[in-house]
Design a protein around this ligand. Structure first.
Ligand SMILES: Cc1cc2nc3c(=O)[nH]c(=O)nc-3n(C[C@H](O)[C@H](O)[C@H](O)COP(=O)(O)OP(=O)(O)OC[C@H]3O[C@@H](n4cnc5c(N)ncnc54)[C@H](O)[C@@H]3O)c2cc1C
Length: 307
């Protein structure tokens, strides 16, 4: 499910709760503090600045989080050797469903099926985008064709660098995910790389764990620092393990970048994917993650009733 459909799905269901309130076009720009406790956020709205007060602020504003910066939480950075170039290429009826791994000639291209088009992601060496731009669009199109010749004349759809966005990849983690009145989750607490396509899963699992551990306390207005620490304790282990796996995958990409010739998948991989059930098992392991989370709160029943 594309991320925007998922967000609409969530907000449509959440609206069935009378107390749910979604305010769009509010950009968090800072935190409100009172005697060492966070008590809300400063936001920029189309009508000017405003303040939103809350018993708990949850910073879930992604890998460039303004909230974690404003909270001055200590960030541990792990170097990443890749960035991603993000662009569209049209899809044809006879194209395969998903083309997740095109590894060749020192490059990797991922094509995600969005029905009429592919969302394409070209993995490049970190910091090499300017070099590629200097070499020109024609060279860029040729690079794509070398990795994925079946794209044919569709690479000519890329006529301007404006069609190609640079997404900077990060891998990092906060030492402490909370302060009194504030909790960071998802990429704001631990930026994930695209490796394995699991960052969204982890962000959602963090949210589910947060709901399970805090919803009673929030209802009774008694969220303590100890409860916020419990969220970090529960979610830090799966984050650490997943980030370690991602760092290993980055090393493999780094080796790929150093080999400009045709790539050959290791024979062990070729054998492994042919074993019946292996692909299914792998997909399940990636989907569920290191520590799956399930909503435990009684209010889930309420969603069913309201729906
Ligand atoms: C190039 C790239 C490709 C990736 N591909 C995949 C993939 O295929 N599958 C996968 O699972 N993971 C992927 N990841 C990782 C994944 O994107 C993240 O781990 C995941 O999106 C984290 O979810 P999140 O909700 O914490 O943050 P985000 O998805 O980044 O959401 C943060 C939200 O906060 C909003 N926001 C930001 N700043 C503010 C502000 N100041 N005020 C108000 N709102 C704000 C943003 O608009 C956004 O809606 C990829 C990462 C990269 C860099």
């Amino acid at each position: 499910m594309p991320q925007w459909d998922f967000l609409n799905f969530l907000s449509t269901h959440a609206r069935k709760f009378s107390s749910f309130d979604l305010r769009m076009e509010r950009e968090a720009v800072g935190l409100l503090g009172d005697g060492g406790r966070i008590v809300g956020v400063e936001v920029q709205t189309p009508d000017g600045p405003a303040e939103i007060r809350a018993d708990l602020v949850v910073g879930c504003d992604g890998r460039h989080s303004v909230i974690r910066k404003a909270a001055q939480l200590e960030l541990i950075e792990f170097g990443v050797p890749i960035d991603v170039l993000w662009f569209h290429i049209s899809r044809r009826g006879n194209d395969p469903e998903q083309l997740l791994g095109n590894f060749n000639y020192g490059r990797a291209l991922v094509l995600i099926n969005r029905d009429k088009y592919f969302q394409a992601g070209l993995l490049i060496r970190k910091g090499s985008f300017e070099e590629m731009k200097a070499a020109g669009l024609d060279a860029f199109r040729k690079t794509l064709l070398r990795i994925a010749p079946y794209l044919g004349d569709r690479v000519d759809e890329l006529k301007d660098w404006d069609q190609i966005k640079l997404l900077s990849v990060q891998l990092n983690r906060l030492r402490q995910w909370y302060r009194p009145g504030l909790l960071c989750i998802g990429d704001a607490a631990h930026a994930m790389s695209p490796a394995g396509g699991v960052g969204i899963n982890l962000a959602i699992q963090d949210a589910v764990a947060t709901a399970n551990l805090l919803s009673d306390a929030l209802r009774e207005r008694r969220v303590t620092e100890d409860l916020l620490a419990q969220v970090q304790r529960r979610r830090e282990f799966p984050t650490r393990v997943t980030q370690r796996i991602q760092a290993t995958v980055h090393k493999m990409f780094d080796r790929l970048f150093r080999n400009p010739g045709p790539a050959k998948p290791p024979w062990q991989l070729k054998v492994a994917v042919r074993i019946p059930g292996v692909q299914r098992l792998l997909a399940r392991a990636v989907g569920s993650g290191v520590r799956p989370e399930h909503i435990r709160d009684a209010s889930v029943g309420t969603i069913e009733k309201v729906a």
